[in-house]
Design a protein around this ligand. Structure first.
Ligand code: THG
Length: 269
C-alpha cells in the first residue's frame, strides 16, 4: 500500500492558519510526523485564493523538501498552477491530478513525459462526476490512451474513481470495487487510489466508516490511498489489513509498530 499523507492541506483550518501566519515550524512538523508514520508521498495542497496559490505552494514545497526526502504529491485543481510549481520539486513525485476536464491531460502529460513522475487521474469530465461504473471506465480509457501517446505507461497512473458518499449512493463502495476490477482488467499494471473522507460524508461515526472502507478497498486491491497516517485508528486499520492480506512478512511491520509502542497501544495489556 502506497500511503499519500493528506495533512498539508489548506482546507484544514490549522494548516490554513499556519499558511496565513507563515508558520514554517507547523508545516515542517506535519511533514516529519507523516513521514515517521510511514507516508510514501506527501500531498501538498494550498487551497488558497488563485492569486496566491503559486507562491503558497512554492513556500510549502520548500519547507517540506528541506525537512524530508519523501516525494511530493502536488495537489491543485488547476493544471496551469501545477505547471508553474513543477520545476520547484526536487525529485519525481505525484501530480494530483488530471481528469477529462478542461484539457488537463494536454497540459500535464507533456510536462511529465520522459520523467519518473506519476499522476493521479480522476474519472470525471466536463459533465461532472459519473455515478456509474461504465462511464468511469470509459473516462479511464480516454485518459490512459492519451497518456500512451506521451509514453506514459499505465503503471504511472493512479486512477481515482471519486467515491461518492454512501449516504447518497448506497452502491458507492460496490461501484468503486467494480470500477477497480474493470480498469485493472483493461490495464493490469494501472494503480487505483482513493481519498477516505468522501465515503462517510453525512454519516455519524465517519472515522469508523472510513476505516472499514480502507480495509475493504485494500482487500480488493486498491494500490494507494490519501490518508492521515498520523491518525492512530486509520494506521491501525492499514497495518492490520496489510498483515491479514499477507503483505507484511512475519507481521514485522505490525509488531514493530505496536510491540515497541511507537504509535501507542491499540490493545490494552
Ligand atoms: N482524491 C484526490 N485528491 C484529494 C482527495 C481525493 N485531495 C484532497 C482530499 N481528497 C484528500 N485530503 C484530505 C485532507 C484532509 C482531510 C481530508 C482529506 C481531513 N483531515 C482532518 C484533519 O486533519 O483535521 C481529519 C483527518 C483524520 O484524522 O482522519 O478532513 O479524494 N486525488
Amino acid at each position: 500500500m502506497i500511503i499519500i499523507g493528506e495533512k498539508i492541506n489548506g482546507t484544514i483550518p490549522s494548516v490554513k492558519n499556519a499558511i496565513e501566519h507563515k508558520d514554517e515550524e507547523f508545516i515542517r512538523n506535519l511533514a516529519v510526523k507523516q513521514v515517521e508514520a510511514g507516508a510514501d508521498y506527501l500531498d501538498i495542497c494550498a487551497s488558497t485564493a488563485p492569486d496566491v496559490e503559486i507562491e503558497t505552494l512554492k513556500w510549502l514545497m520548500d519547507i517540506v523538501q528541506k525537512a524530508v526526502e519523501t516525494p511530493l504529491c502536488i495537489d491543485s485543481p488547476n493544471p496551469r498552477i501545477l505547471e508553474q510549481v513543477f520545476p520547484y520539486a526536487k525529485r519525481p513525485g505525484l501530480i494530483n491530478s488530471v481528469s477529462e476536464e478542461g484539457g488537463k491531460c494536454e497540459i500535464i502529460y507533456p510536462m511529465i513525459k520522459g520523467t519518473e513522475w506519476q499522476v493521479i487521474a480522476l474519472t470525471c469530465d466536463d459533465k461532472g462526476i459519473p455515478k456509474d461504473v461504465q462511464t468511469r471506465v470509459a473516462i479511464t480509457k480516454i485518459i490512459v490512451e492519451k497518456a500512451l501517446k506521451y509514453d506514459i505507461e499505465p503503471d504511472r497512473i493512479h486512477i481515482d474513481p471519486l467515491v461518492l458518499a454512501l449516504s447518497v449512493d448506497n452502491q458507492s463502495l460496490l461501484n468503486f470495487v467494480e470500477t477497480l476490477k474493470a480498469v485493472k482488467k483493461l490495464y493490469p499494471s494501472i494503480k487505483v487510489t482513493s481519498g477516505l473522507s468522501n465515503i462517510s460524508f453525512g454519516m455519524p461515526l465517519r472515522k469508523v466508516v472510513n476505516q472499514h472502507f480502507l480495509a475493504l478497498a485494500m482487500y480488493e486491491g486498491m494500490d494507494s490511498a490519501i490518508i492521515d497516517p498520523c491518525n492512530r485508528d486509520i494506521l491501525a486499520t492499514l497495518l492490520t489489513t496489510k498483515a491479514l492480506l499477507g503483505q507484511d512478512r512475519l507481521c514485522r511491520e505490525f509488531s514493530n509498530a505496536y510491540r515497541k509502542k511507537k504509535i501507542g497501544p491499540v490493545v490494552a495489556s
